[in-house]
Design a protein around this ligand. Structure first.
Ligand code: GCB
Length: 599
């Protein structure tokens, strides 16, 4: 799905701002044909939860309603007018002037609908009903239940199978964009680079709708100069002396796609792209022919007051902090991040592992690491939602230079019976859908070992979430070091062709807590832990990346292991550094992005 931008033929109207907001009271459905009966407001985009001073709103489980009004300038009325939600979490029913115009389930990908036929002259009323409920058919996964209060009123409960707060609302921008009646509907760009010849072939496929008799594709360099042009819905253009998109040294070209009728441009769309080659071979992850070493983080879209809402200053700061530390990558744990973040990473050269919201696929999720078999694959009915999430993520992100790998799930019960049968079709789907044929992985929970993982044949890269010294052998870094080393040795021995990365490892650390004895929760323990893990990582040739958990402290559901959230950040939630940032900055700035572990 194309990102809405202004071009010579298109414009964008932003509906960000203050919307009316109310909770739906159980048993008292809201009538969307009437204006929303409230004067309360919420800022959009943002999660609703932390904007309210009321516990009842913050912790609401059920339906909420948003409403705004807008007018469309008369001179735009002849254009196609498309209403686009960057996301609506987790399920949305959209009404325009009281009529339902679309519905979408899945809280982390965009959806859109043409609104021309429902517009009225003057003011239009846009109403959205949202559900923040999840269950065993949705992604992410939660256990859903119902009780009744003393008055017999329904009370809904969610027990999230995941360790982040269930923020919801209109968390990403809501926009109306225009296109002409005949238009560019989709663009797929696949650059193939010949590293020896310093030359690339850029394969572009364009989908148009309406009365279009020709398509012209012009490739522009980073200064906006045309460097190649051709015509056809499928073009293959050559870029001699190509500039590569390299980690932390981004170079973006633009594919300018024009739909023509009688040699007149009827629509024009600009799609940025980067030229780079990604290969997984011989236990290495190659970026433009050289071994790449992932340095970075698992993150969350999470900040004070905004919740999971788009926070562009926080995104810019986060990338700047990463670059200052010598980090080069992160994973969109545990859901696709905003379009805006992906476009920022394209520009900044940040390498992204793009993850679907497949978190919680583990029926007996908790802090029991014994590795008992459970009935996950009998009770979870998530396959249709999972397929849809993969489709929508790849459809949105297929052209992003920053996306180097897809993550098909986080910490599923991959060690239990039925896991392979569940995941095989999903990996097949991702591989079939991705025009750039990127590697695929999932992150594996500690119960899934080198010997018990039933799905390892499906991954290109082994991605481990490991907490030796924290959830296991708490506070004992000597034991943790041995366990870390022994496990990596086994993986490398059993799967010599597969590169291994850590996609999570860390310790809850309370900023400002210090200990002469390096006790857990202290800043000293966090630093000792990362020094230990670094030492072991450097012993293994096939170990090609460290993405620690987490970039910053973040909000979670309640739990006796969480005091106002998860404190494994190396930054606080306000992005103030904990002590370990200095150590990691020195380490990462000394490790080259390319060629660290040359075989
Ligand atoms: C994990 C999960 C992550 C949690 C983390 C933790 O394995 O993937 O979502 O936040 O552990 O801190 O427990």
């Amino acid at each position: 799905m194309l990102y809405p931008t202004t071009t010579a033929t298109r414009t964008v109207l932003d509906l960000s701002g203050l919307w009316k907001f109310m909770l739906e009271t159980e048993g008292a459905p809201v009538d969307a044909t009437l204006p929303l009966p409230t004067t309360d407001v919420m800022a959009v985009p943002a999660s609703f939860n932390d904007q309210s001073a009321q516990q009842q709103v913050r912790e609401h489980v059920g339906y909420v309603w948003y409403e705004t009004t807008f007018s469309v300038a008369d001179f735009l009325r002849g254009q196609r007018l498309i209403l686009r939600f960057g996301s609506a979490t987790h399920e949305a029913w959209v009404y325009l002037n009281g009529q339902e115009i679309t519905h979408h389930k899945g809280g982390f990908t965009p959806f859109e609908v043409a609104i021309n036929d429902n517009l009225v002259a003057g003011e239009n009323r846009l109403t959205v009903k949202l559900s923040n409920m999840l269950d065993y058919t949705s992604l992410p996964v939660a256990h859903y239940s119902e009780t009744h209060d003393a008055d017999g009123k329904l009370v809904r409960h969610l027990d999230e199978n995941f360790d982040f707060f269930n923020y919801a609302g209109l968390q990403r921008p809501v926009k109306i964009y225009t296109t002409p009646r005949s238009y560019v509907a989709d663009v797929t760009v696949v650059p193939e680079v010949d590293l020896d010849q310093h030359q690339a072939t850029v394969d572009t496929r364009v989908v148009t709708q309406g009365d279009v008799d020709r398509v012209r594709v012009t490739l522009l360099d980073a200064t906006g100069q045309p460097v190649a042009t051709g015509t056809g819905k499928h073009t293959q253009l050559t870029l001699p002396q190509v500039h590569l998109w390299q980690p932390l040294h981004a170079y973006l070209y633009t594919a300018r796609v024009e739909a023509l009728k009688n040699d007149q441009v009827v629509d024009s769309y600009d799609e940025p792209f980067g030229v780079r080659k990604i290969e997984v071979t011989n236990g290495q992850f190659l970026f433009n022919g050289e071994p790449f070493y992932f340095k970075g983080f698992g993150k969350h879209e999470d900040s004070a007051i905004h919740g999971r809402g788009l926070n562009q200053p926080a995104n810019v700061l986060d990338i700047n902090l990463m670059k200052k530390m010598g980090a080069n990558s992160f994973r969109t744990s545990h859901y696709p991040y905003s379009d805006e973040m992906m476009r920022l990473c394209d520009r900044e050269g940040i390498v992204v592992i793009d993850e679907v919201p497949a978190v919680g696929l583990f029926a007996s999720f908790g802090f029991d690491l014994s590795g008992k078999q459970d009935n996950t694959w009998q009770v979870m009915q998530t396959a249709p939602a999972h397929q849809q999430a993969i489709r929508e993520m790849i459809d949105r992100d297929k052209n992003h230079a920053c996306v180097a790998m897809w993550s098909i799930s986080n910490e599923a019960a991959n060690f239990t019976e039925g896991a392979y049968e569940y995941f095989k079709p999903l990996f097949d789907l991702a591989r079939q859908l991705d025009p750039q044929n990127r590697p695929c992985t999932y992150t594996s929970i500690m119960q899934t070992t080198a010997e018990t993982d039933k799905c390892i044949s499906l991954v290109d890269v082994i991605a481990l979430n490991r907490y030796y010294g924290w959830y296991v052998d708490t506070g004992d870094l000597a034991k943790a070091e041995t366990a870390t080393r022994d496990e990596l040795a086994l993986y490398q021995q059993l799967y010599p062709d597969k590169p291994i990365i850590y996609t999570e490892y860390g310790t809850d650390t309370i900023a400002g807590v210090h200990s002469n004895y390096g006790e857990p929760f202290s800043e000293e323990f966090q630093e000792d832990y990362y020094r230990m893990t670094s030492k072991v990582f450097d012993e293994f040739d096939n170990f090609v990346g460290e993405q620690l958990w987490n970039f910053a402290d973040f909000q979670t559901k309640f739990g006796i292991q969480r005091v106002q959230g998860n404190k494994k950040g190396i930054f606080t939630r306000d992005r103030e550094p904990k002590m370990v940032v200095r150590y990691l900055s020195r380490r990462w700035n000394a490790i080259p992005n390319l060629g660290y572990k040359q075989k």
